[in-house]
Write a protein that binds this ligand. Structure first.
Ligand code: ADP
Ligand code: MG
Length: 714
């Protein structure tokens, strides 16, 4: 314990043992570092698919549809990070798409920038504009962002319509160059390029442009997958579930949101630019509010919070209207056939109703879904002139989809029989035996530990004086008990120390530093962390992921490292994972690593919270009623854990009503009543203090023994 520890534990990088099957072998490639051969093969298959698709569908119109799917997928992937993972709805991404589109159009037509450069400049410009929009708005929460983004979409549309000097409004910008290939030919004109000899296929500009769009989409998908399956994904998930808990492990929620928003803005801009050069001509009408809704629907239908949702949603929603139009134009029957039409709608409708009622039973579900779609498609096929009511049919199908698939297409596919996710990786190999925190978390050395001091602190909520002129000192290395009746201000004190509340008056000091104006994540970074009286876990995340979040302040691989899955990022992730497992073993809950946090009983959830807090290597840990809701038989284990943590050199402030527990573990006890300190000293001196007994039991007739025998009085 003499020095700050950087772990020396035997940690292996995420590379394979010889026993693993060939496809599960992990590779040391950039961008794929630590991914399996199977994953790399999937990517290669996708690349091959992209290569052959336009050669198979060798038709200009189809190729254009495929280009459209590709660039909307890019936008949807970005929006999914925001809407799905971070849980923040944006109705303004159509505007960011427009920024990209106009930027690239203007750069190429007015400034003569080559298309290849303009595409990426446009993405960057949309990113910067997105960042600037997000800067003031992301401080707000909830629906406010949705409102602001709607405003962004509407204002952008109005500006595009009216600022005709730049945008030409509804008249539009024409003659936008297409990408130039092999010495100056553009998209339409490339007719004679036959790379495979005279008899081989002709490579048209449409084919080449599809390869560009889809290639970029594949790259974006890869990078986004890197982000979302690693630490960044865990962080955005965590922020969605509990902002306050994210802050207490050191995540700056604001910066996290800024990153996610900017990332999605860049991708929306890139998509807009690709759109511009596909069309060759853009008008302001394209960028109405509808565009934003369209992008959002791609994400939601595809399956928010799924890595592959965006491409599924986009593909279906781009192809579906075309299919419907084609189907509708066939006029299979010359005149209406009412019985058949009724039959189709009845089959589709009944199947859909069945689906809504049926939650499980996957084979039946698959059959019913097929019947639903066939019913509606059949109706479209046999109804003459339905093309005129095309939007109605499209809208109905969309509603059916959205109602039937709350988790989107991705969720639906995942639940198909045979595809149900094979329970992935077991969290641990061999179970660990860990009895000490040495080398596991970076707890500061004795010299680095500082005292926590409150100086005449007040915290008032209107007329309520939750803390009323409190001074106290928590000495380093102590287990400091804090007791007091309900409502005496204990939790408020924890909130004031950890930056959740800014005190109305007075100072909170850590060593020489005043903490008053720091934000919770900064205070966490200084080594002060906590647990919550009302447990604040990241509920949907696994126990292991919760603990891995706790290591946040010590991680070095930044955004770019995660995006490119560098060696640093992959090794760090594996190392943190291993240490988290060991930390769980230290608290005897390693076997729960894979469990969803919210599935555990309270007592164990509190243990997970303690593990997460310990992961940050705190110098001071504040436990707010760690025994509340804990099974009485487990109190002994909790005391043992507190002792072990204290032995590792962590200073503890323990708030507790369970008198045996708090008196047993504490060296020093402070008693609060109505926000004021009424007693302080050794556990023994506090227990014999009449004021304390009065505060708790209302009369000095009783003794402290009564309190111990009946903790519910406390
Ligand atoms: P304890 O944790 O000791 O039971 P608290 O610190 O939770 O007590 O509460 C102390 C007092 O402050 C209570 O009267 C409570 O109602 C009040 N209080 C706490 N937080 C707030 C808040 N955010 N707004 C208004 N009053 C609050
Ligand atoms: Mg409390």
């Amino acid at each position: 314990m003499a020095t700050a520890q950087t772990a020396q534990a035997p940690i292996s990088p995420p590379l394979s043992s010889a026993r693993e099957r060939w496809y599960a072998r992990r590779l040391r490639l950039p961008v794929f570092y630590g991914t399996t051969r199977a994953q790399v093969l999937t990517v290669m298959a996708a690349a091959a698919g992209i290569f052959v698709a336009p050669l198979i569908f060798n038709d200009g119109f189809m190729q254009q549809v495929m280009q459209t799917i590709a660039y909307y997928t890019i936008a949807a992937i970005g929006l999914n990070v925001l809407v799905g993972y971070q849980g923040q709805v944006s109705l303004g991404h159509g505007a960011l798409f427009a920024f990209g589109a106009y930027a690239s159009a203007l750069l190429t037509t007015r400034a003569g920038v080559p298309v290849w450069i303009a595409l990426f400049l446009a993405a960057g410009i949309a990113g910067v504009l997105g960042f600037l929009v997000a800067l003031p708005t992301l401080r707000a929460r909830g629906h406010y962002l949705a409102m602001v983004t709607i405003a962004l979409a509407v204002v952008t549309f109005v500006v595009a319509q009216t600022w005709t000097d730049v945008t030409n409004g509804p008249t539009g910008i024409g003659n936008i160059p297409r990408p130039e290939w092999f010495g100056g030919t553009t998209m339409g004109a490339l007719r004679k390029f036959r790379p495979f000899g005279d008899d081989g296929p002709v490579l048209t500009g449409q084919i080449l442009y599809f390869w560009v769009c889809a290639g970029l989409a594949l790259v974006v998908q890869l990078l986004a997958t890197n982000l979302l399956t690693g630490r960044f994904g865990r962080n955005v998930n965590a922020v969605r579930q509990s902002e306050i808990a994210s802050e207490t492990v050191g995540v700056s929620v604001y910066r996290m949101k800024l990153k996610a928003f900017t990332f999605s803005a860049v991708l929306a801009g890139l998509a807009g630019a690709l759109f511009t050069h596909q069309q060759g001509y853009i008008v302001s009408d394209t960028f109405s509010f509808d565009k934003s809704v369209e992008l959002l629907v791609y994400v939601i239908l595809g399956g928010a919070r799924s890595v592959y949702g965006p491409v599924l949603g986009t593909a279906v929603l781009v192809v579906l209207p075309e299919l419907l139009k084609t189907a509708a134009s066939y006029n299979v029957l010359p005149s209406s056939n009412l019985p058949l039409q009724v039959l189709c709608v009845a089959v589709g409708g009944l199947a859909a109703t069945g689906l809504v009622r049926l939650k499980t039973g996957s084979v039946t579900r698959g059959v019913l879904s097929a019947l639903t779609v066939f019913g509606f498609l059949g109706f479209t096929l046999i109804t003459p002139q339905i093309i005129e009511h095309f939007l109605i049919v499209y809208g109905c199908l969309l509603i059916v989809f959205l109602v039937l698939m709350p988790e989107g297409l991705a969720g639906f596919v995942r639940d198909l029989p045979g595809l149900r996710r094979v329970k992935t990786r077991r969290a641990s190999g061999a179970a660990h035996t860990v009895t000490s925190l040495d080398g596991l978390v970076a707890i500061p050395s004795m010299a680095g530990r500082q005292r926590l001091a409150l100086e005449d602190v007040k915290m008032h909520f209107g007329g309520v004086r939750a803390i009323d002129g409190l001074s106290m000192v928590v000495e380093p290395g102590q287990v400091h008990g804090l007791i007091g009746p309900n409502g005496s201000g204990k939790s408020t004190l924890v909130n004031v120390v950890t930056g959740v509340y800014t005190p109305s008056a007075g100072h909170v000091r850590l060593g020489d530093r005043v903490l008053n104006l720091l934000r919770p994540h900064d205070i966490a970074g200084l080594g002060v962390t906590r647990t919550f009286q009302n447990i604040q876990l990241f509920k949907d995340l696994s126990v292991l992921d919760n603990v891995m979040m706790g290591f946040h302040v010590h991680r070095r691989a930044g955004f770019m490292h995660q995006l490119l899955r560098t060696r640093l990022a992959a090794v760090e992730e594996a190392e943190i994972r291993e240490r988290s497992l060991q930390l769980l073993a230290f608290l005897d809950i390693e076997h729960l690593a894979d469990a969803e946090a919210q599935s555990l009983p309270y007592g164990l959830q509190r243990m997970v919270e303690i593990a997460r807090a310990l992961a940050s290597g705190p110098s001071i840990l504040l436990l707010d009623e760690p025994a509340a809701g804990v099974n009485p038989s487990e109190i002994g284990r909790l005391s043992e854990v507190i002792r072990r943590v204290a032995a590792a050199g962590v200073t503890l402030l323990v708030i507790e009503h369970h008198m045996d527990l708090v008196m047993g573990v504490s060296n020093h006890v402070t008693v609060l009543d109505y926000g004021k300190k009424i007693a302080e000293g050794t556990p023994a001196s506090v227990q014999s203090n009449q004021r304390v007994i009065e505060a708790y039991l209302g009369s000095a007739e009783h003794s402290f023994e009564d309190l111990r025998r009946a903790p519910q009085l406390a």
